[in-house]
Structure formats: C-alpha cells, structure tokens
Design a protein around this ligand. Structure first.
Ligand code: HEC
Length: 142
C-alpha cells in the first residue's frame, strides 16, 4: 500500500486512498450500527412514554386530544364546554357522575341522541384521560 503514495502512483492511489479511508460499505455499516445503538438506547425511553399502563397520553397525543375536545366536542358541548346541543362538560356538572359511565358515553356515544361514538378515534385509556381532565377542568392547551 505504501508504495502507492509515491509521486508516480499519486493519481492512481487517490481512489484507493478514498476507498481505504471512506469505503461506502463501511459508512453504511457505521450508520446501521449507530442506528441500532441509538434505537436500543432510546427504546426503553419511548416505551415508557407510550406504555399502556401509563394513564397519561404522550405529549403530542395530549395536544391532539385537547384540540379534538375543544373543536369537535366543543361544536356540540360549546367552545367553553358550558353546553350547547350537548350538556355542559364542566367539573360542576359532571362531578357526581362515575368516570366509567362517562368514559363509556364518550366511546360508545348515546344511541338515540346526537352524541356520537368516539371509539374509532381514541383508545379507552384516552377517553378516560379526557374524562379525568373534564372533571378537573379541561386544559385549554397542553
Ligand atoms: C353531534 C354533537 C355531539 C358531539 C360532537 C359530542 N357530543 Fe357529547 N353529547 C351530545 C349530546 C346531545 C349528549 C347528551 C346525550 C343524552 O341526552 O343523554 C352528550 C353527552 C355527553 C356526555 C355525557 C354527559 C353527562 O352529563 O352525562 C359526555 C361525557 C360527552 N357527551 C362527551 C363528549 C366528548 C368528550 C365529545 C368529543 C370527543 C363529545 N361528547 C362530542 C352531543 C355531542
């Protein structure tokens, strides 16, 4: 290899040099290795964030749910949730109702009333999270 660094072999040695110092295969392998290391390093963190045992949705999903309640639910329950076509969803009005039945109402809707089922759009844990937020006074933003 070293002979190739002479003046005679300078031009010829360049591509070889480049290959030796920066072979594309090694770059890709390095990227894969870094990716695997990074994903295994971060995996427990992500898993903890999205864990099913956690009652709180991940921050990005929280914002989505808050917007959904303010906009979609708000179209019937009022933008400030003080009631409209649907009843008020305030701590004062919901206070004595069981979390489970309110969660079921959100997921299944109330047949025969305009209250639609939201099951296609959220998990049970998310519906329960919404109920818990409504009972505390729904957040206006995350
Ligand atoms: C198309 C109109 C409409 C939309 C949209 C709507 N609701 Fe309703 N909702 C109603 C009506 C009407 C009722 C009352 C049903 C009845 O008469 O029992 C109701 C009832 C409820 C109740 C029960 C309240 C109580 O005091 O028992 C909850 C909780 C509720 N809605 C939550 C939600 C949430 C959360 C959303 C959005 C994810 C939502 N609703 C979207 C119309 C709507």
């Amino acid at each position: 290899m070293n002979q190739m660094h002479g003046t005679a072999g300078r031009t010829a040695s360049r591509p070889v040099d480049r290959l030796m110092h920066d072979p594309p295969g090694a770059r890709i392998a390095l990227k894969i290795l870094l990716f695997v290391m990074a994903s295994s390093f971060f995996h427990p963190v992500f898993a903890a964030d999205a864990a099913p045992y956690s009652a709180d949705p991940a921050p990005a999903r929280r914002s989505e749910l808050i917007n959904l309640v303010r906009q979609d639910c708000g179209s019937c329950h009022g933008l400030t949730l003080k009631g409209g076509l649907g009843p008020a969803l305030l701590p004062e009005t919901l206070g004595d109702k069981p979390v489970e039945s309110l969660t079921a109402t959100i997921l299944q809707g109330r047949p025969g009333t305009p209250m639609p089922p939201w099951k296609p759009f959220m998990t049970e844990a998310e519906a329960q999270w919404i109920v818990n937020q409504l009972l505390k006074g729904f957040p206006s933003e995350r």
